[in-house]
Design a protein around this ligand. Structure first.
Ligand code: SF4
Ligand code: SF4
Length: 425
């Protein structure tokens, strides 16, 4: 119920889509699916608590103080609560609105602002990230990362630890079989992302090669912009819309019948362009068309399964990336693909769909909670005794690999496209 004098069309503050708040019946069935609640056991760090908080803010019953902003900041935007919710609450839309409200109305501490500014200024722009990483590539090449790490301030050290060794990606690059498709085959475009094209491009290349081997015709984008997910998750909807418009134009021009991304967060962002640009007559129709074409790699490959030339004997466990499982509802297709490889044994880990703490740039801005979740994920992975963790999102890959490196574990973390490429040699 709204407060007296506050109607569904007339909240006091523009916090989020106010009417959507009333879909929540406060049953609490989402709580155990929420990673932050599972860690803190604090009601205000649960989906229900945050919904209550958004409503209280909208109705002017509380002010946006440090404490309120903190509970909203701590949300990973993983959407585990959407999967668990029997009432169909669109939590993702609610938290995106609330984040924008926090950005507009709350002044954070200096360090927090600096971190967020750095993420926003660098990560969506591949050339800036490449330039920043160029000296580090040299450092890795001569094996001096531990020495560099030792002289860095703690916050820079935390960020450095999340960065994969900058040479390692080459090991997997371009291993999938190559093939030439028929001119009348369905056209697929792989969106190479922003961070992914710098740090995990083997996943893009191997996705294209696997799709071509499966009979699809690969088309390229004339230009690739960030999908806008980083901005949406940090409350900068205006720039997210700028990126979305650029992508909608390029995707339309590509003539693709299907759009794939190796990063599930990007897939979901594109799948929601129709909603993001719905009030822009010039883009609304093309945005809806782009959204309707989003597919995930494994579902497309299942239509034309790989035929590996040999056994690939190993034990793997599969981690469900949040946006793939909770955003696109894809869980079975990657498992079926992996199970079809001769020699592969899949061992399910507990809580496979509980967020690993990566969550876009969350592990950079909320390192404590992110690390707690990475530890929990690594415990579950190690308990399976697997040789490989396979997943379909580069952010999860970096986050989980960092924790396993820290434990000196021999378990390898591999993106689905790279794993399929290795297995189909
Ligand atoms: S999006 Fe994830 S972290 Fe946020 S409330 Fe929902 S389940 Fe919890
Ligand atoms: S978000 Fe859904 S599951 Fe959670 S309390 Fe509200 S209605 Fe219940």
């Amino acid at each position: 119920m709204a407060e007296p004098g506050v109607t569904s069309s007339n909240p006091i503050r523009d916090v989020c889509d106010y009417e959507l708040l009333f879909d929540c019946v406060h049953c609490g069935l989402c709580a155990e699916a929420c990673p932050t609640y599972v860690v803190t056991r604090c009601e205000m760090d649960s989906p229900r608590g945050r919904i209550y908080l958004m409503k209280s803010l909208a109705e002017g019953r509380i002010d946006l103080d440090d404490d309120a902003a903190r509970h909203l900041d701590l949300c990973l935007g993983c959407r585990g609560c959407e999967t668990a919710c029997p009432s169909g609450v669109h939590y993702g839309r609610l938290i995106e609105g609330a984040r924008s409200f926090v950005e507009r109305n709350h002044r954070r501490g200096v360090l927090d602002r600096l971190k967020r500014h750095a993420v926003s200024a660098i990560f969506p722009y591949p050339n800036r990230l490449r330039a920043l990483l160029a000296p580090l590539k040299l450092v890795d090449h001569v094996g001096l990362r531990p020495a560099l790490r030792a002289i860095m301030p703690p916050i820079a050290r935390d960020w450095l630890d999340l960065l994969p060794p900058l040479q390692a990606n080459l090991r997997l690059l371009a291993k999938a079989p190559t093939a030439t498709s028929r001119a009348d085959a369905p056209a697929v475009v792989v969106h190479h992302g922003c961070v992914a094209q710098v740090l995990a491009d083997s996943e893009n290349v191997n996705s294209e090669r696997l799709l071509a081997a499966a009979g699809y015709r690969i088309v390229q984008l004339e230009s690739t912009s960030c999908c806008g997910a980083l901005d949406l998750h940090s409350g900068n909807a205006a720039r997210a819309r700028d990126f979305a418009r650029a992508n909608v134009r390029a995707l339309k021009k590509s003539g693709a019948d299907a759009i794939v991304s190796g990063a599930s967060g990007c897939s979901v962002a594109i799948a929601e362009y129709g909603d993001l640009l719905k009030d822009e007559p010039e883009f609304a129709e093309d945005a809806r068309a782009a959204s309707s074409k989003v597919r995930d790699l494994s579902s497309l490959l299942l239509d034309a399964p790989l035929k590996p030339k040999r056994e690939f004997r190993c034990r793997i466990t599969y981690h469900d990336a949040c946006h793939l499982a909770h955003g696109l509802g894809v869980r079975e297709a990657p498992r079926r693909l992996l199970a079809s490889i001769p020699g592969v044994t899949i061992i399910e880990m507990p809580e496979s769909d509980l967020c690993c703490g990566s969550a876009g740039s969350y592990n950079l801005t909320e390192p404590t909670m992110a690390r707690d979740l990475a530890c929990r994920k690594a415990d579950n992975i190690v308990a399976t005794g697997a040789d490989y963790v396979v997943l379909a999102n580069p952010g999860c890959e970096f986050q989980i690999a960092a924790e396993l490196r820290h434990r000196r574990s021999k378990i390898e973390v591999v993106h689905l496209a790279d794993f399929l490429a290795m297995a189909s040699q």
